[in-house]
Write a protein that binds this ligand. Structure first.
Ligand code: HMG
Length: 389
């Protein structure tokens, strides 16, 4: 059975900080952030956007009435969830008008969560061919002001509808995955911001990539030349490039040039958003599909997912005929064009804003946020979401 991604939606908040400005304020040469790290703008979430509203906004743009009826499984991958018990999948269920006869849960393994969801969805569709699964990666990446990871923060979500006879990307049957208990990046339950061993995390990202790449080659008998492009989890856009470079010698110059050119396109959105953890790999795929004209149907896209802690997985998919019809190219171009730049001082203020944690009521300025779905406030510890449409 053909199973894969039928639709893709994306949302990121309307505010951003320019990486040149951040570098200047941190007394760093801007070239380090824009070239060395490879980031140009960083999405900043106001209090009215949290991983619930980001996820709902990303999914809202792709679902029609048939989807709302047929989705019987909702999986949200996140590592910046808003509740230790209640899942984001249940919060978004009414916001998206989904059929109550559905399973809904949140899944966590750092940035790997949405890939875990995607693979679970594939298994679910194999057992229930007429159903559809909504898989969302949604996150706000926080390392802390003036930390070395600060330049790799971001906020956003990617939603994917998984079904049989998918119209965007059919997932191929081979898999390669690897798990090891390591401490490269983690966030204890008492911490607002992530802890990271930056250099070690970079090494592990590449080491896991090399391992699953070799496993995948052995399982699939596919050669590097048979890939049109490889999309990577992008904590920052230089990271995937470092991993890609480790295998380029496996093919000739023409293929190398194509893979490198497609890598450049696949980072278009990511370098303007930042790390969105679970959604970063899928944002990179969307970036490739929406910005690279003339990717042929039938082309093979490799996908490398990495979630610190750590799990790595490599898989691949085949682009489907007329996949372009399933994309929202203009809407996403408008989303980027309508964003508002904020100063580093404004970003720092927003970064430190928190909802009251003592049960008192807070009403947020929802009219300042152009998103359809917003967090309107909190009352008696209950978050209040509104769909303004
Ligand atoms: P750092 O130590 O500040 O940076 O932190 P650096 O000194 O390594 O410099 C970075 C690059 O900029 C280097 O290039 C420099 O040469 C270059 P490279 O050698 O790497 O190619 N550079 C310049 N380039 C041009 N002009 C200049 C200039 N100056 C220097 N003037 C680090 C970098 C990534 C470690 C830090 O930002 C960090 O800790 N980030 C967070 C961790 C991270 O993103 N890790 C990635 C792998 S782990 C992962 O992907 C999982 C994750 O998403 C979490 C999850 O799974 O949930 C993070």
């Amino acid at each position: 059975m053909n199973i894969g991604i039928d639709k893709m939606g994306f949302y990121s908040p309307h505010l951003y900080v320019d990486m040149n400005e951040l570098a200047i304020s941190r007394d760093v040469d801007p070239g380090k952030f824009t070239v060395g790290i490879g980031q140009e703008k960083m999405a900043v979430a106001p209090l009215t956007q949290d991983p619930v509203s980001l996820a709902a906004n990303a999914a809202l743009e792709i679902l029609d009435e048939t989807d709302q009826e047929k989705i019987d499984l909702v999986i949200v991958g996140t590592e910046s969830g808003v509740d230790h018990s209640k899942s984001i999948a249940t919060y978004i269920h009414p916001l998206l008008g989904l059929n109550p006869q559905a399973r809904a849960f949140e899944i966590k393994q750092a940035c790997y969560g949405a890939t875990a969801g995607l693979q679970m969805a594939k298994g679910h569709i194999a057992l229930h061919p007429d159903s559809k699964v909504l898989v969302i990666g949604t996150d706000i990446a926080r390392y802390g002001l003036r930390s070395s990871g600060e330049v790799t923060q971001g906020a956003g979500a990617v939603a994917m509808l998984i079904s049989r006879e998918p119209r965007v990307l059919r997932l191929e049957e081979h898999h390669a995955y690897h798990t090891e208990d390591i401490m490269d990046f983690w966030r204890p339950t008492y911490a607002e911001n992530a802890f990271v061993d930056g250099k070690f995390s970079n090494e592990q990202y590449i080491s896991f990539f090399n391992r699953v790449w070799e496993q995948y080659k052995a399982a699939s008998h596919l050669k590097l030349a048979e890939y049109e492009a490889i999309c990577f989890h992008m904590p920052y856009t230089k990271m995937g490039l470092k991993a890609l470079r480790t295998i380029l010698e496996e093919t000739d110059e023409a293929n190398r040039d194509r893979l490198l050119a497609n890598y450049e396109v696949s980072k278009t959105f990511n370098k303007n958003i930042g790390n969105i953890y679970t959604a970063s790999l899928y944002l990179s795929l969307l970036s490739l599909l929406e910005n690279q004209e003339g990717l042929p149907a039938g082309a093979r896209i490799g996908m490398y997912s990495y979630g610190s802690g750590a799990v790595g997985e490599f898989f691949s998919g085949i682009l489907q005929p007329d996949y372009q019809k399933q994309l929202h190219i203009q809407r996403h171009a408008d989303l980027f064009a309508s964003r508002k730049e904020i100063s580093v001082t404004e970003y720092e203020e927003i970064f430190q804003q928190m909802l009251p944690a003592d049960g008192s009521k807070a009403d947020l300025a929802i009219n300042e946020d152009p998103a359809d779905i917003v967090l309107a406030g909190i009352e008696h510890h209950v978050r209040q979401y509104v769909n303004k449409k």
